[in-house]
Design a protein around this ligand. Structure first.
Ligand code: SF4
Ligand code: SF4
Length: 378
């Protein structure tokens, strides 16, 4: 099937309200009519400038030459929009190492996408002036002081994150949520990092570590993360702590209902394949567990969503329950339109959309707090 030509000029800008409404309508259409994804999750590059102990993506950096060009990404966005997608989420690798990140986000926003990015924060301060079209930034922060640099294999990254978050918030309207991955390297990090997020006036989301799945480099049986995974008891404690922090008013993006489900061991139905489609830097679709690939260069979203493989993915997800990533379950509860969950999500959004304070309570210039001298306990 032929691939659509990229638009020759940037599409006209779509208002914020229209984009958010479009995303919501996209979800409702998916939920009640099509059962197809409305969020394009795009790994824009194989490259990464960190060397995280808990990840093997950075080993794919030599494959950057396979990354799509800017015009190819524009074409991808055109195709995705025509296929009903209204959210555009960039990850990697490290998406900010691409020179065209701002241009691509401008294009996506003008097209009508709600835009999000997941970044290690290393280049956030430098790139912030180009990120005016970004709606949400998820910024990785695995510890509340420079021990973060040890986990992430990048000296100075803690300071880069703090500076980047401050600069992004001062120059753009992007909302920021820290993302903290808990492993055996940082089991004591949850409360102090949540406090740091609160002090910074940003959200925080917690994930427990999972096997790294990286477009074929490793699989769930040989992932380096097996070394750092939490025991079942630690995992349970992780959910108990997250629920406590949530109830104590820290700005966790997880909802109480969802965390209660984990703590009580309730089964849930994964809706992920109906919400998100993963596209790799070389324009392949991968399933959520990276076991299935479909080449978009030789096909189309329409063909993939009509395929038996897509339908099989959706069916197997409904009883999977494998992910320990809280975000996946959070998405599922949203897709199912659970009333209490939606109320809590609205409360989360209200916290994030509060104006950014420019000074501290005493009128002094706001600065990032530094963590106490705590270290992992195991
Ligand atoms: S976790 Fe992110 S920042 Fe760290 S090596 Fe992997 S892709 Fe890079
Ligand atoms: S729970 Fe299973 S189907 Fe759902 S995202 Fe995780 S691995 Fe995929």
């Amino acid at each position: 099937m032929p691939v659509a030509e990229p638009s020759a000029i940037a599409p006209p800008r779509v208002s914020d309200v229209a984009r958010i409404a479009g995303l919501f309508v996209g979800m409702i259409r998916s939920r009640f009519i099509t059962g197809r994804p409305f969020f394009l999750a795009h790994a824009t590059t194989f490259g990464c400038n960190s060397r995280c102990q808990t990840c093997s993506y950075w080993k794919l950096t030599p494959r950057m030459k396979e990354d799509m060009s800017t015009s190819e990404i524009f074409a991808l966005l055109d195709e995705a929009y025509d296929a009903g997608m209204r959210g555009y989420y960039q990850f990697g690798g490290e998406p900010l190492i691409r020179k065209d990140v701002g241009t691509v986000l401008d294009y996506a926003r003008a097209k009508g996408f709600y835009t999000a990015i997941n970044t290690n924060g290393s280049m956030l301060a430098a790139k912030a002036p180009t990120l005016g079209s970004l709606d949400v930034a998820f910024v990785s922060l695995d510890y509340f002081d420079s021990y973060h640099d040890v986990i992430r294999g990048r000296p100075g990254n803690f300071d880069e994150v703090i500076r980047g978050v401050e600069r992004l918030r001062s120059l753009t309207r992007a909302k920021v949520t820290l993302v903290t991955t808990i492993s055996s390297l940082n089991p004591g990090a949850m409360e102090p990092t949540a406090r740091l997020a609160k002090d910074l006036g940003v959200g925080i989301a917690f994930n427990s570590i999972e096997p790294t799945l990286d477009f074929g480099l490793t699989n769930s049986d040989q992932s380096p993360n097996l070394t750092f995974q939490l025991s079942p008891e630690q995992l349970h404690q992780f959910y108990v702590t997250a629920l406590r922090l949530k109830r104590e008013g820290y700005p966790l993006m997880e909802t109480e209902e969802m965390l209660e489900g984990y703590v009580a061991g309730r089964p849930w139905k994964c809706e992920f394949p109906k919400m998100f489609v993963y596209v790799t830097p070389d324009k392949k679709i991968y399933s959520c567990d990276y076991r299935f690939g479909y080449d978009l260069r030789a096909g189309s979203f329409e063909e993939y969503f009509s395929s038996a493989s897509f339908r099989a993915q959706v069916r197997s997800a409904e009883t999977c329950n494998r992910c320990v990533r809280t975000c996946v379950r959070n998405y599922a509860y949203t897709y199912e339109l659970r009333p209490r969950h939606l109320v809590h999500l609205a409360q989360n959004a209200a916290k994030l959309y509060r104006p950014v304070p420019r000074t501290g309570p005493d009128g002094s210039a706001r600065h990032a707090p530094r963590g106490a001298e705590l270290r992992p306990t195991s």
